[in-house]
Design a protein around this ligand. Structure first.
Ligand SMILES: [Mg+2]
Length: 189
């Protein structure tokens, strides 16, 4: 079984890291509150005159490297590998890739270990990647081909209106059993 995990807002906590970076850069302008996060692209939840500032933050050196790890994510990845699941990270870098690509690898090395950097797949078209399940916070994922994986949404405030299966690192075992990725007997406890 191949499990593809998106990186940002599935493993790396962009939703915490972005407001932190915003406050450091613009202490006088409050960041968008969690309750006001309606869009997958964070820039769309800021007024048009601030969107270039959003882009400046996420493309700046250190932003991706310093994102915190999502609570429970690293432990879950270790457990999934122990259960024999082939886990890969499937992530789309920014078009402004200069810092993002390197720092995504550095982030994986720090939080999941050097060996796991061999399991990083960088692509702008996830539909071309083979797998059984893709866990991703993006509401709709399209590409050049019909995807072979099933999309399980990682629950985030901006995707709550979207239909389909979803999970968090609090309920991932049950969610992946219901999707047939894990056998019920393999759930701990
Ligand atoms: Mg994401």
């Amino acid at each position: 079984m191949i499990l593809l995990l998106d990186q940002d807002n599935v493993l790396a906590d962009f939703e915490t890291g972005f407001p932190t970076a915003w406050i450091a850069r613009f202490p006088g302008i409050p960041p968008a509150a969690e309750a006001d996060r309606r869009s997958f692209q964070v820039r769309d939840d800021y007024p048009s005159h601030l969107r270039c500032e959003v882009d400046a933050i996420i493309s700046s050196p250190g932003f991706y490297r310093n994102l915190p790890v999502m609570q429970g994510a690293a432990e879950a990845v270790v457990e999934l590998l122990q259960k024999g699941i082939d886990v890969f990270i499937c992530t789309s870098p920014l078009s402004q890739y200069q810092n993002c690509v390197l720092e995504k690898y550095e982030w994986v090395e720090e939080h999941l270990g050097t060996e796991f950097t061999k399991r990083v797949i960088l692509t702008r078209d996830k539909a071309l990647v083979r797998g059984d399940i893709l866990v991703d916070d993006k509401p709709e994922i399209r590409g050049l081909a019909a995807p072979q994986w099933r999309h399980v949404l990682y629950d985030q405030p901006y995707n709550r209106r979207c239909p389909g299966p979803r999970m968090t690192w609090s309920n991932w075992r049950e969610a992946l059993v219901s999707q047939g990725l894990l056998l019920h007997e393999t759930i701990r406890g």
